[in-house]
Design a protein around this ligand. Structure first.
Ligand code: LLP
Length: 399
């Protein structure tokens, strides 16, 4: 299959498995199906229209962080009422588009933003549904760039200030308080931090009830880990076990915002060996994918398995797998045992999340193609960029 895909679509190319995306989403659904809940897929993980379309068809909601993501979700047929808008720097035009679309909730990150959304809602004669995103100040074991729930991070509202801000929001006529939210970070391997955060949020929900502020939805964010290497994949069953009892006898809808856990393992970056090279006793495999296609190894020293599509018989050597980009940081994997030759195909595994979406044109490399496989069938879901695409928005100076 991989040979045919490479032949048909070229390399490098991302390949997503539709059935796996559906399976991952359904696992979340089954975890929470005994209570009112809504899965809001975090669009940032993979925003290809076909991926969003698959999830919209399942009835998914969406967590967006920009006007661009809003436009994509609407284009893919997502239900605006199931959209939550997160993010620390929402711009006026983005808020207005979200209001016009009739999204379900703005997850608000500051007093300033409460005023901003109130003003904008007023200007179009609407009332904006809001939740406050609380910063629960819970340390998690993850890369420091992707931990968000600590009070020194830029995200959310310190829990001590939340009550005051809810009272402030209550007095703003163009806001309607519907919820409470938090997000702890990404690649969290344990259910425990979610329970700790949830308990903090529910404590606040009870405080608010005393002040006549009724919260109807509680969003515990995303961050559920996947297994890239020696970490654990997230135990949803355990999450359900600790989270669900907390919702008993509460008229509260649970929201979750998984991104990575829905799409990461559905995706493979298919790449071809350009050449091999021995230098100062070190072996390199140079492939046609690079840091501009997949930046996670360079940016976070992230590990992705690298697997040959057709295993060769022969002695394996230890290689650094690198791309053609002119930076030492351009690597896809270090110290990998492989037996490869020119034109061999390799799969960079678990790249369905934060892969293509973080790609760039660095070194004037056209962005690669994206393909979705559904059983025996495959579909091109984003064409490889052409050279003309590289400069189509550029304008030469007059002669
Ligand atoms: N909700 C909010 C408010 C978020 O900021 C994020 C991710 C998510 C949900 C989804 O988190 P997930 O379930 O995918 O872990 N580029 C990094 C990950 C950055 C995550 C940022 N926020 C990476 O490649 O590992």
């Amino acid at each position: 299959m991989w040979n045919e895909l490479a032949q048909q679509y070229g390399t490098p190319c991302y390949v997503y498995d539709k059935k796996l995306i559906e399976k991952n989403w359904t696992a979340f659904f089954h975890t929470f199906e005994s209570i009112p809940h809504q899965i809001c897929y975090a669009v940032k993980a993979n925003s290809n229209l076909a991926v969003l379309q698959v999830l919209a068809k399942l009835g998914s909601g969406f967590d967006i962080v920009s006007g661009g993501e809003l436009a994509r979700v609407l284009k893919a047929g997502g239900d605006p009422k199931k959209i939550v808008f997160s993010g620390v720097g929402k711009q006026d035009h983005e808020i207005l588009s979200a209001l016009k679309a009739g999204i379900g909730c703005f997850n608000v990150e500051s007093q300033f933003e409460l005023g901003q959304i109130n003003q904008l809602a007023k200007s179009v004669g609407m009332v904006a549904p809001i939740a406050l995103r609380i910063n629960p100040d819970i340390p998690i074991k993850s890369h420091r760039y992707i931990a968000t729930g600590l009070k020194e991070n830029k995200f959310g509202i310190p829990i001590e200030e939340a009550l005051f801000l809810y009272l402030y929001a209550k007095n703003l006529p163009h806001l309607s308080i519907v919820g409470i939210a938090c997000h702890l970070g990404s690649q969290i391997q344990d259910a425990e931090p979610y329970l700790i955060a949830l308990k903090k949020l529910l404590g606040l929900v009870d405080e608010l009830a005393k002040k006549n502020i009724r919260i109807t939805q509680c969003d515990i964010g995303g961050g559920y880990s996947v297994k890239y290497h020696d970490e654990q994949s997230f135990d949803l069953h355990k999450l359900g076990k600790v989270i669900l009892p907390e919702f008993k006898n509460r008229n509260l809808k649970l929201l979750v915002e998984p991104g990575r856990a829905i799409v990461a393992d559905s995706g493979v970056l298919l790449t071809k060996v350009i050449s091999t090279k021995v230098q100062s006793g070190k072996n390199f495999v140079i492939v046609d994918a690079a840091m501009n296609d997949l930046i996670r190894p360079a940016l976070y020293e992230a590990y992705h398995d690298i697997v040959p599509c057709n295993k060769r018989k022969g002695e394996e050597k230890e290689y650094d797998v690198v791309g053609p980009v002119c930076e030492t940081g351009d690597f896809l994997g270090h110290h990998r045992k492989l037996c490869v030759e020119k034109n061999d195909l390799l799969m960079i595994m678990n790249t369905g999340a934060y892969g293509f979406v973080m790609s760039s044109n660095y070194n004037s490399r056209p962005r690669c193609a994206e393909v979705m496989v559904d059983g025996e069938k495959s579909y091109l879901v984003r064409a490889r960029e052409t050279l003309e695409n590289l400069w189509e928005n550029e304008i030469c100076l007059p002669e």
